[in-house]
Design a protein around this ligand. Structure first.
Ligand SMILES: Cc1ncc(C[n+]2csc(CCOP(=O)(O)OP(=O)(O)O)c2C)c(N)n1
Length: 327
């Protein structure tokens, strides 16, 4: 696995990575609680435990670079710079939300920051981002396109089709597999014979790297290399981030969870947030007051997002037939 070269990144940037991961975690802790309290509708899938992937990768991208997400999309939105208030309002079903309150957790998009959308169709984002990669290539501005997808999605047809054509056409795409070892309640070992998704890259003639997905600096470094390669016109890369989700597949009460408590606990011990905090403290770049300041800043931002959502109206009934493109 790639080693974290924590000393190569200026402390300010490392603290920004910590703040980014903490923002995702606190946003989702609040979303989970509000979902269980009946204040949020639809389905909510939490990304808690996997924050280093979204933050590490997005920190290597420009605002204009495009990304696509999954059903577990809050982390990618936040890491790309989405507005927390509009996100929370969307979860609350309010008309100030990103989809005017009609899309919910799995449809948040913000084209202004290159966030092409969360996606409830497993592996659906792979095709969209490959098209975005083709667009970036045709635009000729050096843009790159990045897909986040799970180990389950890696077993669906679009994975092969997209990596094959992206490699053939040398598209500037970064395929980031978040291998959290489970697809809903199916263990990865029950669905593919090779444990490492990254090994498949050889079949397309592109680089495939395995990264400790709970080490945000290592993720950032791997992403940076892939981004540089893509910007040079050398084509796509596959990055497999080994990580783990702490929560069940969804936040729905009674959601079955076949995972072993010991497995969950072992991964919680590699918490990406606690890990970076520890590294920064050891390097003398963060102390108790520094941690408290970041926590306060994040808590204020989440509280403001919730207040904005609560103060916003629900869409009027007539809005049900607006923005409908096919029926
Ligand atoms: C095409 C399609 N098939 C099945 C589903 C149901 N489904 C939703 S999430 C999921 C598991 C996805 O696992 P993975 O890609 O590993 O992502 P993770 O949930 O682990 O982040 C499944 C099967 C779906 N949404 N879309």
């Amino acid at each position: 696995m790639a080693q974290s070269l924590v000393t190569n990144l200026p402390p300010d940037e490392q603290r920004a990575l910590l703040r980014g991961m903490l923002t995702i975690r606190r946003f989702e802790e609040r979303a989970s609680a509000d979902y269980r309290a009946g204040r949020i509708y639809g389905v909510v899938h939490c990304y808690i435990g996997e924050e280093a992937v979204a933050v590490g990768v997005c920190s290597a991208l420009a605002r204009t670079d495009r990304i696509i997400s999954t059903h577990r999309g809050h982390g990618h939105c936040i890491a790309k710079g989405a507005d927390l208030s509009r996100m929370m309002a969307e979860l609350y079903g309010r008309e100030t939300g990103y989809c005017k309150g009609k899309g919910g957790s799995m449809h948040i998009a913000d084209f202004a920051i290159g966030m092409l959308g969360a996606n409830g169709i497993v592996a659906g984002g792979l095709s969209i981002i490959t098209g975005a990669g083709l667009a970036a290539q045709m635009e000729g501005q050096g843009g790159v396109a990045t897909a986040f997808f799970g180990d389950g999605a890696a077993n669906a047809g679009p994975f092969h089709e997209c990596l094959n054509i992206a490699a053939t056409w040398k598209l500037p795409v970064i395929y980031v597999c978040e291998n959290n070892l489970w697809a809903a309640n199916t263990a990865a070992a029950a669905t593919h014979a090779l444990a490492d998704i990254a090994a498949r890259a050889a079949g397309y003639g592109i680089p495939g790297v395995i990264v400790d997905g709970n080490d945000v600096v290592a993720v950032r470094q791997a992403a940076s290399r892939a981004v540089e390669r893509a910007r040079r016109g050398e084509g796509p890369s596959l990055i497999e981030c080994k990580t783990y989700r702490w929560r069940g597949h969804t936040e729905r009460p009674g959601q079955p969870d076949r995972r072993d408590a010991a497995e969950i606990a072992a991964w919680q011990a590699t918490d990406p947030i606690a890990r970076l905090e520890r590294q920064l403290r050891t390097a003398g770049e963060l102390d108790d007051s520094g941690v408290a300041a970041i926590e306060h800043e994040v808590a204020d931002a989440i509280a403001a997002a919730v207040a904005f959502a609560e103060a916003s109206p629900f869409p009027p009934p007539a809005a049900a037939s607006e923005d409908v493109f096919a029926a």
